[in-house]
Write a protein that binds this ligand. Structure first.
Ligand SMILES: O=C(O)Cc1cc(O)ccc1O
Ligand SMILES: [Fe+2]
Length: 448
């Protein structure tokens, strides 16, 4: 694919957007004219059932040079992939309550620099729950890749991808336009949308949250009021872009219930000259997050850091929340300021894009990850506890130059065979809490 230099976006979350790469390419006042301008084909892409209530209904209309259906039949890719999507398969997935942490992911089976690994080949599933065939659950993948997707496009039938680049930018071409995504930005590609990833910075690494049901939305603001957290205007959707490539050898790769299929076609799938609708890809710069926190006392729950949520059928209970821990001020008085010791009825998967995380003095590193499962105890490590229990409580910057994140889920996450056997797993993670000593003194009620 030719290298792109221009990236144009429209701002807003959940908008009904319209975009044309040629003037008047969008039909006026209707979706399916008998003949579309420029001889384009009209095609609808539905992201929700036709009958979903209006406020949640998502679909877009694409006006393209050839309809998507002009491809040869799909055949299964037999080569072994790192992908897992059926988390009831206990041959491949283990459910264990231990605290787990991984060093920065570097060596996937295939991702060594002597081989060309594109975004799809570089995906390895670490953990997940449920099954896309019954539209419930999620998967967490790591990508570790070094090669552009040349005349290859991917679409996922299983779920929406929320991609968190950690090392290296992603140059993403989608049917809706082009998106450049840097570390500390995220990109969401809802299911069905074809895209191709190039790596302008060479070998690249990151995390992917895939939800098998629903779509990501902004969390409610409740008592916070009309503004705050991730503001809708900071979400960016690309403008229409098309390439006209015919008589070429294009491969469309589809993930369908965790298996990869490929189909050939002789034209580029990135041939959408105009589109309108509210089912779209978008990116968001995490540096724009408006951080809310306690300005009096106590450490508040991390739900105040929710960027996007994918709701389950149970009110207030997410299939997955995407939560960030950006740089901020800590000013609370008479308070243990770092994250508290706790046990949670949710799974907490964490990663770091850059810098440090305020609950861990060491061992939790950019490009690495941790998993604290349902009701599994966790919290600050010993040095963090000792320091924060004794420090002078001046206003301080927390997480300066850092960006950690969490995928928090009400589902119980199984860990894949790869996730448990890879060389990055920290064998002795739990030791970080073993020297938390007793400070109990029945004769000293003051705590000092
Ligand atoms: O476990 C973690 O580090 C994540 C987390 C952060 C926080 O500020 C409060 C609770 C929580 O689970
Ligand atoms: Fe936690």
């Amino acid at each position: 694919m030719e290298k792109h230099t221009e990236y144009k976006y429209m701002s807003g979350f959940g908008n009904h957007f319209s975009s044309e790469a040629l003037p008047d390419a969008l039909p006026k006042n209707q979706n399916s004219p008998q003949k579309c301008s420029y001889g384009l084909y009209a095609e609808q892409l539905s992201g929700t059932a036709f009958t979903v209530e209006r406020k949640n209904n998502q679909r877009s209309w694409l006006y393209r040079i050839r309809p998507s259906v002009s491809h040869k039949p799909f055949t299964k890719i037999d080569e072994k992939t790192g992908l897992v999507s059926q988390f009831s398969d206990t041959n491949n997935v283990s459910y264990i309550p231990n605290q787990i942490r991984w060093n920065p992911f570097k060596s996937t089976e295939k991702a060594d620099s002597s081989q060309n690994i594109n975004f799809i080949d570089g995906l390895h599933t670490l953990a997940g729950a449920g099954d896309p065939s019954v539209r419930n659950g999620l998967a967490i993948h790591i990508y570790n890749a070094n090669h552009d997707m040349v005349d290859t496009a991917f679409y996922n039938s299983d779920g929406d991808f929320l991609i968190v680049p950690q090392d290296g930018r992603l140059d993403v071409t989608t049917e809706f336009g082009r998106i450049m995504v840097s570390p500390c930005e995220i990109v969401v590609i809802p299911r069905g949308i074809k895209f191709a990833v190039n790596f302008p910075d060479g070998p690249s690494r990151g995390y992917v949250l895939e939800v098998f049901v629903g779509h990501f939305e902004l969390p409610e603001l409740g008592a916070i009021g009309a503004n705050g957290l991730a503001n809708p205007r900071d979400f960016l959707t690309p403008t229409a872009f098309y390439e006209e490539k015919t008589n070429c050898d294009y491969t469309i790769v589809n993930k369908y219930v965790g298996q990869l299929f490929s189909a050939k076609q002789n034209h580029s799938p990135f041939d959408v000259v105009a589109w309108h609708g509210n089912y779209v890809p978008y990116k968001y710069d995490l540096n724009n997050f408006n951080v809310i926190g306690s300005i009096s006392y106590d450490h508040l729950d991390p739900s105040i850091f929710t960027v996007l949520t994918c709701k389950s059928a149970f009110p207030g209970t997410a299939i997955a929340d995407f939560v960030v821990f950006p740089p901020r001020w800590a000013v609370q008085e008479h308070t243990f300021r770092p994250p508290y010791f706790h046990r949670n009825c949710m799974s907490e998967f964490m990663g770091i894009i850059k810098g440090k995380y305020d609950a861990k003095a060491e061992g939790f590193l950019p490009g690495g990850a941790s998993l604290h499962s349902h009701m599994t105890p966790h919290g600050p490590d010993t040095p963090t506890f000792e320091k924060a229990s004794n420090e002078e409580l001046k206003p301080v910057r927390v997480a300066d130059g850092s960006m950690a994140f969490m995928f928090e889920s009400s589902l119980m996450l199984g860990i894949t065979k790869w996730g448990l056997s890879c060389s990055e797993i920290q064998e002795n993670y739990n030791a970080i809490w073993q020297d938390l000593k007793s400070h109990f003194n029945p004769n000293n009620c003051s705590g000092n």
